[in-house]
Design a protein around this ligand. Structure first.
Ligand code: ATP
Length: 234
């Protein structure tokens, strides 16, 4: 599904990623964890086309998208749930969702897509006409996930979906990640809640100071002293 090889990224003269190799197989949930400032957001933004100061390859289903503009990356089956939700506060819940279906092929599936999102998050259905800015943080996160799903992705990139949410809402978000994956969507999950992330993942990568410093099965990383030290600070 996704095969990143030798990815370097820069902000001006400052290098943020160094030779990153990351892959996600069809149907997998893969976690990307690491301390603040490690480069996790830079990596998902590079995949989504939002950060283009890079060198290396980002192959999605065999096609290098590293030079594809952000608004065309969706054509390759990729959608991003950005850090901080970024919903359009002055638009209704329904209109935010419809914006996700911006591609012609997604528009054709709009009704089915809306139904799927409403099944996944019944609270969004109840609040369909409400302004997105009036939703709770958890509801805004569900909306951001729903909007990304309406693009009809085969690979979903999620940047810190549980950040700042109450524990009970975090449970709902993780249940949704499992359900989305069960529908056949591959997921690359950036999370600060490392234990929860590894629980839903098959494999994971640890990024520190712009480099992949560990990779393995979820069980291997959960037990790893390096992860406990470098990510969890234990
Ligand atoms: P966090 O968990 O804090 O979001 P992260 O792992 O997602 O961290 P990034 O946000 O990708 O890390 O940042 C990686 C590095 O790039 C950091 O050193 C950061 O200071 C730097 N960086 C990020 N955004 C910019 C920017 N717009 N301009 C300059 N440097 C940036």
């Amino acid at each position: 599904m996704l095969e990143i090889q030798g990815l370097d990224a820069w902000y001006g003269q400052a290098q943020a990623l160094w030779g990153v190799d990351v892959s996600v197989a069809d149907g997998e949930i893969v976690s990307l964890v690491g301390p603040n400032g490690a480069g996790k957001s830079t990596l998902v933004q590079a995949i989504a086309g939002l950060h283009r100061s890079t060198r290396g390859t980002i192959a999605v289903e065999g096609v290098d998208v590293s030079r594809v503009p952000a608004h065309r990356v969706g054509d390759h089956g990729v959608a991003l749930v950005p850090e901080g939700r970024r919903v359009f506060a002055r638009m209704s819940v329904h209109d935010n969702l419809v914006l996700g279906a911006y591609r012609r092929s997604a528009r054709a599936q709009l009704t089915a897509g809306l139904e799927r999102v409403q099944t996944l998050f019944p609270r969004l259905a109840e609040r369909s006409t409400q302004l997105a800015g009036s939703l709770s943080g958890g509801e805004q996160q569900m909306l951001a996930i729903g909007r990304a799903l309406l693009a009809g992705p085969r690979l979903l990139l999620m940047d810190e979906p549980s950040l700042g949410l109450a524990p009970v809402v975090v449970d709902e978000v993780f249940d949704a990640i499992r359900a989305i994956n069960a529908d056949g969507v591959s997921v690359l999950l950036v999370e600060q809640d490392v234990e929860r992330a590894l629980e839903v993942s098959r494999r994971g990568y640890v990024l520190a100071e712009g480099r992949i410093v560990a990779t393995g099965s979820a069980a291997e990383l959960t037990g790893s002293a390096l992860v406990r030290r470098s990510v969890l600070g234990l």
